[in-house]
Ligand binder design. Structure first.
Ligand SMILES: *Cc1c(COP(=O)(O)O)cnc(C)c1O
Length: 216
């Protein structure tokens, strides 16, 4: 059996121990890896993959998405509004919705091709300048803008917490903010912290290196 599948199954069983009733999606983050490397997991039946660049996603996934209709692609990286139109064509989920201009272009682009993308609003939990995301105290207003003005299907919030020892605190805070908005889905947790994310009700775990190996 492929090492990739062994690793995937291990993660899945770890998650399932904690998730008797509710459903969780593992977004297998395949950025930088070739389709050859990813293929065993696709053939195994896993259907959710994450990429962080529009161009890379397009060249890697366009063809295989035509063949496998159940495949779902998640955009997890920073999205520039000039690439939003292309992103809408290839992706099914966008986890990095973080400003009004982007929301405007996405709303228009998905309407033009009659497609309904699922969104997560990215929150900059530590107000870090190097990270994108809407700041914590602007989430409420931005959420209302996306949903009421733009009719976007926002599933929940998304965050990449600062790289310090307060991960659980950030997860707890975003989980509470998510619940206060009445949202049912939450995109938190990566290779190093997915078990913590589960504790705080993550539904979409974005896991890359722990499945596919280290990226070069
Ligand atoms: C690369 C990436 C991941 C996956 O990271 P791993 O540590 O390899 O699991 C998750 N989320 C985002 C936004 C990423 O860019």
């Amino acid at each position: 059996m492929s090492i990739i599948i062994e690793r995937f199954d291990k993660i899945k069983s770890n998650i399932e121990k904690f998730s008797i009733a509710d459903s969780r999606t593992i977004v297998a983050v395949s950025k930088t890896f070739s389709l050859d490397h990813i293929m065993p997991l696709i053939n195994y039946g896993h259907m959710h993959y994450g990429e962080n660049k529009v161009q890379e996603a397009e060249s890697k996934w366009l063809q295989i998405k035509k063949e496998k209709k159940d495949l779902k692609l998640h955009m997890i990286g920073k999205l520039q509004s000039n690439k939003a139109k292309k992103a809408v064509q290839i992706f099914d989920y966008i986890h990095s919705l973080d400003n009004q201009k982007l929301a405007d272009v996405l709303a228009k682009s998905q309407k033009n091709i009659n497609k309904s993308i699922k969104y997560f609003i990215q929150v900059n939990m530590g107000n870090e300048t190097q990270k994108s995301g809407i700041s914590y105290n602007e989430v409420d207003a931005f959420y209302n803008y996306c949903v009421k003005e733009k009719n976007l299907n926002v599933l929940g919030l998304m965050a990449i917490p600062p790289n310090d020892d307060k991960t659980e605190e950030y997860f707890k805070n975003i989980s509470e903010l998510n619940a206060s908005l009445g949202l049912k889905n939450l995109s938190i947790g990566m290779s190093s912290d997915y078990m913590k994310a589960i504790k705080y009700k993550s539904t979409h775990l974005r896991i890359g290196s722990l499945i596919f190996g280290e990226r070069s």
